[in-house]
Ligand binder design. Structure first.
Ligand SMILES: NC(=O)c1ccc[n+]([C@@H]2O[C@H](COP(=O)([O-])OP(=O)(O)OC[C@H]3O[C@@H](n4cnc5c(N)ncnc54)[C@H](O)[C@@H]3O)[C@@H](O)[C@H]2O)c1
Length: 297
């Protein structure tokens, strides 16, 4: 995202991250020198406020979070502390230092097992994990800062299953897991019958959605997905083909509580944000395979 934002010559970027995610440690080594970086925990209110003040930010894209659904079930307190208290800390820092625009990275996890698929933003939220619940809390906090006049433009973007270079294995885990197996010439393992569907969105499209939100004067919640469901079985067969292997997927036990179908209704984000996902899944997987042997990093 920072690379894309840097294309705008008027844009100055500051990143705050405590580097608690192993993946972020690797990424930080490759940051362009134009980007200011602070290693800090977002829950440290004074430090975050001081950084926002010193840097004179106009907009804040709040991505930092505990992102593992499984960890949030095992240890909800840590996920709630970072994702809710941490979000509050960042919001306070922004509100007290004149930041106009706040964009929260929310998640399709707020919908859980949705009543309607493709799921519109106004659908009833049924999160299945503390992680999903923290994203709802974050959204509600963000909206309250807008309503109380502390932030002018406050947006929560509900990312669906993002995939692509630099991703953490916790998300689109299925693409990472299939890739690992296929690169060893082993068949992908599907939990259940593979008919469960997901809305896989390339990271470049997610970045596009964030940039539209930063530059808009909108507030509210918006889906960031493709609106196109892909079954896990279809994904596995597609990836086998791309790897040029003559294997068939292996079917294991279904994961208890696994969501059956997840897909964004994109009408609201198309209309209000002018957001449209462009990257086709097959093309992105083929490009990634060609360039990097389809190693998801
Ligand atoms: N990748 C997806 O498919 C997806 C889907 C839905 C929502 N999201 C949301 O998008 C955001 C980014 O996700 P990602 O996949 O890039 O995950 P990521 O783990 O790569 O990024 C999260 C970052 O937050 C940092 N962090 C964690 N706790 C912190 C703390 N206390 N203080 C400061 N930094 C801290 C981590 O070190 C990490 O660099 C997250 O908010 C996530 O919930 C991602």
């Amino acid at each position: 995202m920072s690379q894309k934002l840097l294309e705008d010559p008027d844009c100055r970027i500051t990143i705050i991250d405590d580097l608690s995610n192993q993946n972020s440690k690797k990424r930080i080594n490759h940051l362009p020198p134009a980007i200011a970086f602070y290693k800090e925990d977002i829950r440290n209110r004074q430090a975050i406020s001081d950084i926002v003040k010193r840097e004179g930010a106009h907009a804040c894209v709040h991505l930092a979070a505990k992102i593992s659904v499984v960890d949030s079930i095992r240890n909800p307190a840590e996920t709630i502390d970072v994702n809710v208290n941490g979000t509050l800390s960042v919001l306070e820092a922004c509100a007290n230092n004149g930041v106009q625009t706040f964009v929260l990275a929310s998640s399709a996890a707020v919908y859980g097992d949705a009543d309607v698929v493709p799921t519109p933003e106004e659908c009833v939220l049924h999160p299945l994990s503390p992680y999903g619940a923290t994203k709802i809390s974050g959204e509600v906090l963000v909206a309250s800062y807008k309503k109380s006049g502390k932030i002018s433009n406050a947006v929560s973007l509900r990312f669906f299953n993002a995939y692509g270079r630099g991703q953490s294995p916790e998300y689109a885990g299925v693409i990472t897991r299939f890739t690992e197996r296929l690169s060893k010439k082993q068949p992908p393992v599907i939990h259940g019958d593979g008919q469960q569907t997901r809305d896989f969105i390339h990271v470049s499209d997610v970045v596009g959605g964030v940039i539209l939100a930063v530059n808009s004067e909108l507030s509210g919640e918006f889906n960031v997905g493709t609106g196109k469901p892909t079954s896990i079985d279809h994904l596995a067969r597609k990836m086998i083909r791309i790897h040029g292997l003559d294997v068939a997927p292996v079917y294991g036990a279904a994961i208890k509580g696994d969501i059956l179908h997840s897909c964004a209704d994109t009408k609201k984000s198309e209309k209000a944000l002018r957001f449209v996902a462009h990257q086709d899944l097959e093309t992105a997987l083929r490009m990634s395979f060609g360039q990097r042997g389809l190693v998801a990093t």
